[in-house]
Design a protein around this ligand. Structure first.
Ligand code: C5P
Length: 237
């Protein structure tokens, strides 16, 4: 079974917390990303923790090891459970992040952004023809060796990441859509069942819930498909 994390992609705290209150016990885990965090600062983290929710802080940290370690300590003391760092920061930065996290905080590596085309990746690396999936594999191995707990990847990469990293590594996949739902601006989407079967531990779901006419019903269906109740998932597919 994969747990669903609802992405609070809002530009202010009010609609974000309204959604949390609408979803009540249906959702226990929320993602706060760059936009909401930059708008609200850590207040939104406190509000979520006060509501007994788990927080995935998706800031994709990428800086010198000392600075990243400081940010990781700040996230730990705010009660964050999952925090992203860029694998491209290198082994020292990844190890500093892993070493600064308290026992309740898992550090997740971002390997190759799903927005990067093969062409752009080759351009950035100075290596035309670089294959995104090969780089994901290489960077996951590096991050795991540095002590990082998991990775964020597309559902289409999850099986490869699981094969490279083994069972104890946390895999988080965005790009989740119910069968027949709009892909919005995501190039590669997968259903909750496909992502869970590929080995994802957590599914990050944004617009499929936040823009649904009935967010509670949408979330229930996604959770069912993710394996909370496979019999229900089979009948709703
Ligand atoms: O609305 P949607 O379900 O597409 O939102 C997905 C969430 O996951 C957004 O918050 C987006 O920033 C995040 N994300 C992503 N692709 C990545 C990493 C994060 O869509 N590679």
């Amino acid at each position: 079974m994969a747990e669903v994390i609802v992405a609070l992609d809002f530009d202010s705290r009010e609609p974000a917390l309204e959604l949390v209150d609408v979803l009540t016990d249906e959702a226990g885990f929320y993602k706060v990303g760059l936009e909401l965090f930059t708008r609200t600062g850590p207040d939104v983290l406190e509000e979520l923790v006060a509501r007994d929710k788990s927080v995935f802080l998706d800031l994709k940290l990428h800086d010198i090891p000392n600075t990243v370690a400081g940010a990781v300590r700040a996230a730990s003391s705010a009660g964050v459970r999952l925090l992203t760092v860029h694998a491209w920061g290198g082994v020292e930065m990844l190890a500093a992040a892993a070493g600064a996290a308290d026992a309740d905080l898992e550090i997740l590596a971002v390997t190759v952004l799903t927005s990067l085309s093969g062409y752009t990746l080759g351009q950035v690396l100075g290596r035309p023809g670089a294959e995104p999936l090969d780089e994901v594999e290489r960077l996951v191995g590096m991050a795991q060796a540095a002590g990082v707990d998991g990775a964020v990847c597309s559902p289409h990469e999850a099986a490869v990441v699981r094969a490279v990293a083994g069972p104890g590594f946390t895999i988080v996949t965005p790009g989740i859509r119910l069968a027949g739902g709009s892909a919005h601006d995501q190039a590669r989407v997968a259903t909750p069942a496909t992502a869970a079967e590929a080995g994802a531990d957590y599914l990050v779901v944004g617009r499929a819930v936040t823009q649904a006419p009935d967010p509670v019903a949408a979330l229930r269906r996604i959770r069912a498909e993710a394996g909370a109740d496979r019999r229900t998932a089979e009948t709703t597919r």
